[in-house]
Design a protein around this ligand. Structure first.
Ligand code: GLC
Ligand code: GLC
Length: 650
């Protein structure tokens, strides 16, 4: 029998052996027949795929079959315990699997503790979220974590206990349901590459339990760490050199890609896979609609490589995806891979992560603002924006993390840009070291050996508002507001789910106070994670204020988007503008068509009438943003940093 026959055969035989035992356990635990039937149906559908993935990952382990059985028992139990409202949502979203492609989708992200303190208080802001049209809310890590520095919650000590200062797990589940009733899907992180060194698994490893020591990568001396480090990239070089941490209490080196208190999990161990699958299903049953898969590139290690984007990383995520399809079908994954664009793309598929951050668009929007030219942006988007069917970009302007210049070197060379020099320029520009820069950002993780660095800063400070306000320069303030709105116009129109970092809608500036907190002082990302600025929010309806102008125009654009079916899903075509400062693209769904033109420079720019007639298409066009007719009989002059969303008049 050939391999391609043998695997389906083994899959069927294993399922036949396992099913009666899983069903028995399900019934013994009080499960009802209808629930079992739904589970069995989905299991049969996904099983060949799940089995093959797990066989590939763990088939050589002598106790493979035991792990399979335990995994299925845990999945069935999780399904049995899944709240009724979520089972209803499962049915609805399975029937409408492209729900997230809607032109009504709008994302927001915030830290609960910094935004309002507690989960209970967050409920009071649901009307505010509705004002912004949010349908997706990512709450930054809010689970138990070590005191002091915990990497903004990304060092998780328990995936089942909310940090007591923020609330309780029951409150989180209630909030998820309440958000759902308000039309908002809850997004949480799945920090599955590592746990904190205070997680129970890590504590047991520290206490010498060999089963839990196998959850992590522990080495008695430098032999293996040195061998791995020959090819590893340093992620946080200013915090600690290398990727390993010495634990005197254990007399062991521990693999710690990020901070010393974040211990990488060993996914070559099937017990780790199973344990994390159970944590994932727990989060799903709280009412999470989308899990943001944190640090996906790092989850599989292979000697002699940079231990990023290994084939097994994909297999693990695909196996989690299959498990979700069976036991929590409404759950979607969003990939956090801030790496080369080819690698970013490799995680995106209906069978892996349906959603992904779009770090390339994010970085290149800033690149275009700095250079006032769109050649690298237009060229990169023209061949890198398209996604497989059933998937969507999350388009954002900045996150809680730094901005890194992850464009492709050959894309840069193709448009006459030297990639290394350009990254140096962009870092200098956004940290304000470049003369005449409008931006006020801070360097993040400058690596003295390689010269690499990334950039921290809020949207408004990077776009020039901070400098303009401190110079009291009304023209510069106006220009900065135009830049902020221009960036939003793009993420709202280009295709995918726009994601707003809460605070940016009222022009929140950098918060330099983080340096006074020893737990934050050496991590410049805190400069762009300020607490909620209620004073600015209170000014949001007053168009004579800066927050009022940003908020008012932004909300107008968000509303406009919801009325334009042409802006649904991600089909987008970059078209010629014949002007190096103007980005042009077309969106079309059915009969509706929108041509978006954006001027990235501080000077007026013109677009020839024949291009408008060709791409509009037509002679009589209408700008949906300004509510003005546009005639394609003549050239269109776009004022500084202005954009139009043109549609043909019929
Ligand atoms: C992700 C997070 C980042 C964190 C890292 C380690 O990249 O976005 O904030 O430092 O993972 O968990
Ligand atoms: C991600 C990125 C890295 C970033 C880090 C923390 O894993 O790969 O560039 O700095 O998270 O912010």
């Amino acid at each position: 029998m050939h391999k391609w026959e043998r695997i389906p055969h083994e899959a069927a035989r294993s399922l036949a052996r396992l099913l009666p035992r899983i069903e028995q356990a399900f019934e013994a635990a009080g499960g009802n027949a209808a629930d079992w039937a739904a589970f069995e149906q989905r299991l049969r559908r996904e099983w060949p795929r799940l089995f093959e993935l797990l066989l590939g990952l763990y088939g050589t382990q002598y106790d493979f079959f035991y792990h399979l059985e335990q995994l299925l028992i845990a999945m069935a139990q999780s399904w049995r315990e899944r709240p009724q409202w979520l089972k209803q949502r499962d049915v609805v979203r399975e029937a409408d699997s492209e729900w997230f492609q809607s032109e009504r989708m709008m994302g927001g992200v915030l830290y609960v503790d910094r935004f309002c303190g507690t989960l209970n208080r967050l409920r009071e802001f649901i009307p505010y979220f509705n004002e912004l049209g949010l349908t997706y809310l990512h709450l930054m890590p809010l689970f138990a974590a070590p005191e002091g520095n915990n990497d903004g919650g990304y060092a998780v000590s328990s995936y089942r206990e909310v940090n007591p200062q923020i609330g309780t797990t029951a409150e989180l589940a209630a909030l998820a349901h309440e958000l759902d009733r308000a039309g908002i899907s809850l997004v949480l992180d799945f920090v599955f590459n590592h746990t904190s060194d205070e997680h129970e698994w890590a504590r047991r490893a520290q206490a010498g339990d060999p089963d839990y020591q196998e959850f992590y990568f522990l080495f008695p001396d430098r032999t293996m760490p040195d061998a791995y480090e020959r090819t590893l990239r340093e992620i946080f070089p200013t915090v600690r050199r290398g990727s390993f941490t010495w634990r005197p209490d254990m007399q062991r080196w521990v693999w710690t890609t990020f901070n010393s208190f974040q211990w990488d999990l060993n996914y070559a161990n099937p017990a780790v896979f199973r344990a994390m699958a159970a944590e994932m299903l727990f989060l799903a049953n709280l009412g999470v609609a989308v899990l943001r898969l944190d640090a996906v590139p790092f989850i599989w290690k292979r000697m002699g490589t940079n231990c990023e984007n290994q084939p097994e990383a994909h297999q693990i995520i695909q196996a989690f995806n299959a498990i979700a399809r069976i036991a929590a079908p409404a759950l979607l994954f969003k990939s956090e891979a801030i790496v080369h664009p080819d690698d970013v793309l490799s995680y995106i598929s209906p069978h892996e992560c349906q959603l992904s951050y779009n770090p390339l668009l994010m970085a290149l929007l800033w690149e275009s603002l700095a250079t006032r030219e769109v050649k690298l942006l237009a060229h990169s988007l023209s061949h890198r924006f398209r996604l497989p069917a059933g998937c969507a970009w999350i388009n954002y302007l900045r996150s809680h993390d730094d901005i890194g210049w992850t464009f492709d070197d050959n894309d840069a060379r193709a448009v006459g840009i030297d990639p290394w020099g350009h990254r140096q320029f962009l870092n200098a520009f956004y940290t304000g070291r470049f003369p005449s820069s409008f931006a006020r950002g801070l360097p993040f993780q400058e690596n003295p050996d390689t010269g690499d660095a990334r950039v921290s800063g809020t949207l408004a400070s990077l776009a020039g508002l901070e400098q303009a306000l401190s110079n009291g320069d009304p023209t510069a303030i106006e220009t900065a507001i135009r830049r902020i709105l221009l960036l939003h116009s793009i993420i709202l129109s280009i295709g995918g789910i726009p994601l707003l970092y809460l605070g940016d809608e009222v022009g929140t500036l950098n918060d330099y106070g983080y340096v006074n907190d020893p737990a934050k002082a050496d991590d410049s990302r805190w400069v762009h994670r300020p607490v909620r600025n209620q004073a600015a929010m209170d000014q949001r309806y007053d168009p004579s204020t800066v927050p009022g102008r940003i908020f008012g125009e932004l909300v107008k654009l968000i509303r406009l988007r919801t009325s334009l079916p042409a802006l649904r899903d991600g089909a987008m075509e970059v078209v010629r503008s014949d002007n190096r400062h103007v980005l042009a693209y077309v969106r079309q769904t059915g009969a509706q068509r929108v041509l978006v033109l954006t001027n990235f420079s501080e000077y007026p720019q013109s677009i020839a009438g024949n291009l408008l007639r060709m791409y509009g298409p037509g002679v009589e066009l209408f700008d949906l943003v300004s509510d003005q007719p546009v005639s394609a009989n003549e050239a269109l002059v776009l004022p500084p940093y202005r954009f139009v969303w043109l549609t043909p008049v019929r």
